[in-house]
Ligand binder design. Structure first.
Ligand code: IFM
Length: 435
């Protein structure tokens, strides 16, 4: 059995729109997710994040839960429209106060805050001016980063610029399943480029503003594996890796887009200005990988013998280990964190408790895969389970439960799942005791 270094960081992750609620409280502006979820037909059941887990009002309870689980770190995101309601200009002090209080509450419990600046909830006022499709977003994001890092940088060292640029660009602007709900491939590619340049601009701001900053980005990665290893399947797997993963990894870590993908997109490829690639490929102190499952090419339906989550995602940890080793072999990388990993299952409450052995198995096998990857040389420093709480799962609404803590959305009661108990015991057995 491989294991973890004693200073390995054990955490949990959430995101503002998925848990905070209080969508228009205390001067918060409208975000694209408020607008999208208030549009009938966009979200299953027409659910929305108006209340969500009411974390805005209950964050103290949630920090207490984190302490009880024994988390050393908590990854959350800041809602841009809560702190700058129109995206630019006037600052909403009450919004900043919320993050101030949250960070202080975390530090009181010795829980290290990891802040993500953008987890998808763009101020609607900026979307009205073109959002991520308008190059002005680069300066606007830099200004927002400057505000937050000046206000919180004395207490937050770990900053991520973006969460999952693939999802923002392609689900928001190509498939239209996510806010702002656009379906335009050329636009989605331009958006992905603006996201990356804005990321690089924000890295410069963080370095200038926060002493001893640890600045990074979070990327979602899905490896593609093949059922029969035919030449055709291998080609598809290769193309998917290039278009979905290398499209973001190469510019960040190599300073150039993959040539085969640029050629594939041809005239739809983004407009790149001089200096952009250098801006995108700034040195990082760390980076985060969000990993859930693999794609299986050539499987006509489910892979025989495999288990699937409520999302329809396969539970298969060996692909995780293989991907981590591949990344380590192919790129020159800063220290890596797994910033999301977890599974949605149809949880049932019985006697104020949720017994979720399938989630425990998912977590156990994926942690095992990580320990193996570390033994094979991968510089992995921490892990954040997705998610601390059941929450608003975007276009799926509240139907998909990823939490290790169950939320009764009628009463806002927080209920322990077996997986939270299991994780608490695991952390206790593996973590360095705080001084
Ligand atoms: O809930 C999301 C999260 O916001 C981003 N990564 C994937 C999770 C599960 O779909």
């Amino acid at each position: 059995m491989n294991t973890f270094p004693s200073d390995f960081v054990w955490g949990a992750a959430t995101a503002s729109y998925q848990i905070e609620g209080a969508w228009n409280a205390d001067g918060k502006g409208e975000s694209i997710w408020d607008r999208f979820s208030h549009t009938p037909g966009k979200i299953i059941n027409n659910d929305n994040g108006d209340v969500a887990c009411d974390h805005y009002h209950r964050y103290r309870d949630d920090v207490r839960l984190m302490r009880q689980i024994g988390l050393r770190a908590y990854r959350f995101s800041i809602s841009w429209s809560r702190v700058i309601p129109n995206g630019v200009g006037a600052v909403n002090e009450k919004g900043i106060d919320f993050y101030d209080r949250l960070v202080d509450a975390l530090l009181e419990e010795n829980i290290e805050p990891y802040a993500t600046l953008y987890h998808w909830d763009l101020p609607q006022a900026l979307q009205d001016k073109g959002g991520w499709g308008n190059r002005d977003i680069i300066g606007q994001f830099a200004d927002y980063t400057a505000l937050m890092s000046k206000r919180l940088g004395d207490r937050i060292k770990y900053w991520a610029t973006l969460n999952e640029p693939w999802v923002i660009a392609f689900m928001g602007h190509r498939s239209g399943e996510h806010a702002p709900g656009l379906k335009d491939e050329a636009l989605s590619l331009q958006v992905s480029h603006h996201l990356l340049v804005a990321h690089g601009a924000a890295i410069d701001v963080l370095r200038a503003t926060v002493r001893d900053v640890k600045a990074g980005i979070v990327i979602n990665l899905w490896p593609s594996e093949t059922m029969h290893n035919t030449e055709q399947e291998l080609q598809i797997a290769h193309d998917m890796w290039q278009r979905d993963n290398a499209w973001f990894l190469d510019p960040i870590f190599r300073g150039s887009y993959p040539a085969d993908v640029l050629e594939f997109y041809g005239a739809r490829a983004p407009k790149i200005l001089p200096g952009d690639m250098a801006q995108i490929s700034r040195d990082l102190d760390w980076w985060g990988v969000n990993y859930y499952a693999r794609h299986m090419i050539g499987a006509d339906g489910p892979v025989p013998g495999s288990e699937y989550t409520e999302m329809g995602w396969e539970v298969y940890a060996p692909a995780f280990e293989r991907m981590l080793v591949r990344l380590h072999n192919e790129y020159r990388l800063p220290p890596m964190y797994i910033t999301e990993n977890g599974a949605a299952f149809a949880d049932v409450v019985e006697d104020d408790y949720v017994y979720d052995p399938r989630r425990v198995n998912y977590l156990e096998t994926h942690l095992d895969a990580m320990a193996n990857a570390i033994a094979r040389g991968v510089d992995l420093r921490g892990y954040f389970v997705w998610s601390l709480l059941d929450n608003f799962e975007w276009a799926f609404g509240y139907g998909k439960r990823f939490g290790i803590i169950y939320i009764d959305f009628e009463t806002q009661q927080r209920i322990w799942k077996e997986s939270a108990k299991w994780y608490a015991n695991f952390i206790r057995a593996h973590q360095m005791q705080p001084a």
